[in-house]
Design a protein around this ligand. Structure first.
Ligand code: G6P
Length: 480
């Protein structure tokens, strides 16, 4: 099965660097995927010569694969130059694996999102979906086995693909296999909610890799704890920590283009001036509308701020961008609706003719996110659990005057940014309101100094280096 023209470096992830939409005239339009994984990996760019294996995520992607794929890879003019092999996995198998197992089970386990009196219930339907997850992982392992040159390095990404390292090892013992988790890892007591055989399969699948990477020591330790409790330890698999940082050069350049200036002007218009005629303060948040991001408690904390510190009424605006995510899942749709409802309620309760307390946008717009970063006085990053959280790292780099960061201690970014942030327990909305008040009250020079230190820490490991470090750690002569 070894390909003579195979690639020396391969990346595998569910979501790839591009995804397509069909325009009204029938033409296909490529767009960049969202989320931390794609943001991090895209920096590698086409130059590294890596082949990226990913899944077709919907009908437009499937259409692209069928339309473009004479050979096995998409033509580079359709991918922005990156070499991409997009897998056209049966739509039902994909839905079971992605919505059913990856996003409704593994994501929930690692972010500890279950409402445990009623869930999870691992029934026959779960077993059926699990078989699809196995088939989907096998499709990736097979494609990687076909694409890889003798002795190539393969970097497998995230919880969608936990079984790939073990399967690929069976197909191609010659390969050097790494796996990287972009999420937290659950502590053993929570992880073992999974049926024993499934928990064992996930861990053994991962341990098929030569080396596993995590975003923080906390997640690496949790994984080691699960292996200790359930499969007798890590075996020969090495574990390393790579705290993916923000891409300073890209962000600074991108945030000074004209489309960002235009959006800054539009946002300033929406925010308006305070009673003294000066610009209002802004509390900015930018997230996928994701259960773990804790957007609802963020709004509750903002409401509390307006109650407990009424001096901010008319003087502050909460700019909240909550971009749609995983809308196939009912619980995400309900969460999205709750975010909207609460924002409206706050605006009705406190708003005045010249002041809208919450400016909520739900249409994904990267240029507008950068515009909000630039004008932010305070950034609110309050996840209940998060592998890293790149927004926390991006805002201090981009903000013009230096913004204060209110940061959850449950975000991976806390390990690197905790010292210069105002740190919160994400469940405590009273304390979060107080933290917002403290951040808004911070004197300008202190804010600027802190933001400078935050930006330095946030960019210590740029994505390209993050990727190259993992690649070199996979070399046979390197030990951790
Ligand atoms: C997280 C995951 C990524 C995922 C991203 C967006 O960052 O770690 O693997 O791509 O969320 O989620 P989505 O389901 O839209 O790919």
């Amino acid at each position: 099965m070894v390909s003579t023209h195979g690639a020396e470096v391969l990346v595998a992830s569910n979501r790839g660097p591009v995804s397509y939409e069909v325009r009204e005239d029938g033409s296909l339009h490529a767009k960049r995927g969202g989320g931390g994984l794609v943001s991090g990996l895209s920096a590698i760019g086409p130059d590294a010569g890596a082949v990226w294996v990913c899944a077709a995520l919907g009908d437009a992607d499937r259409e692209a694969v069928r339309r473009f794929e004479g050979g096995r890879r998409l033509p580079s003019e359709a991918t922005g130059g990156q070499q991409v092999r997009m897998l056209d996995i049966d739509a039902e198998v994909f839905a079971d694996a992605y919505n059913g197992i990856a996003n409704s089970v593994l994501w929930f386990v690692h972010h500890m999102l279950y409402q445990t009196p009623l869930e999870p219930v691992f029934d026959a339907e779960f077993r059926r979906q699990w078989r699809s997850y196995e088939a989907y992982n096998r499709a990736f392992a097979q494609a990687l086995a076909e694409e890889a040159a003798e002795g190539a390095a393969v970097l497998v990404q995230d919880y969608h693909l936990t079984l790939v390292p073990g399967m690929l090892r069976d197909f191609r013992p010659d390969l050097r296999i790494g796996h990287f988790s972009h999420t937290p890892w659950a502590p053993a007591d929570y992880f073992r909610m999974l049926p024993d055989d499934i928990a064992g399969q996930v861990l053994r699948g991962m341990l098929g890799a030569d080396r596993l990477g995590f975003l923080t020591q906390r997640w690496a330790d949790a994984f080691a704890g699960c292996c200790e409790a359930l499969v007798g330890g890590l075996g020969g698999t090495r574990v390393g920590v790579h705290g993916l940082g923000a891409d300073a050069d890209f962000l600074r350049e991108r945030s000074h283009r004209s489309d960002v200036f235009e959006r800054m002007a539009a946002l300033r218009e929406e925010i308006g001036a305070g009673p003294d005629g000066g610009p209002r303060r802004t509390i900015v948040r930018v997230d996928r509308t994701e259960l773990s991001k804790n957007i609802v408690r963020g709004l509750l904390a903002y409401r509390r701020l307006l109650e407990d510190f009424p001096q901010w009424r008319e003087r502050v605006v909460h700019v909240a961008f909550a971009y749609p995510s995983r809308q196939d899942l009912a619980v995400y749709r309900e969460y999205t609706a709750e975010v909207r409802r609460l924002a409206e309620e706050i605006n009705e309760r406190y708003g005045t003719p010249g002041w809208t307390p919450v400016v909520l946008h739900v249409k994904d717009d990267f240029a507008r996110s950068l515009a909000a970063y630039r004008i932010a006085d305070v950034a609110l990053v309050n996840p209940i659990r998060d592998g890293m959280n790149l927004v926390a790292k991006e805002v201090p780099v981009v903000s013009d005057a230096g913004c204060a960061l209110v940061l959850s201690r449950e975000a991976g970014a806390y390990e690197e940014l905790g010292d210069d942030s105002i740190v919160i327990n994400p469940y405590d909305v009273v304390a979060t309101a107080r933290a917002l008040h403290e951040a808004l009250s911070m004197p300008g020079p202190e804010r600027a100094e802190r933001a400078k230190r935050l930006a330095d820490a946030a960019t210590a490991l740029p994505p390209t280096q993050w990727f190259l470090d993992q690649l070199s750690a996979l070399r046979p002569d390197v030990t951790d």
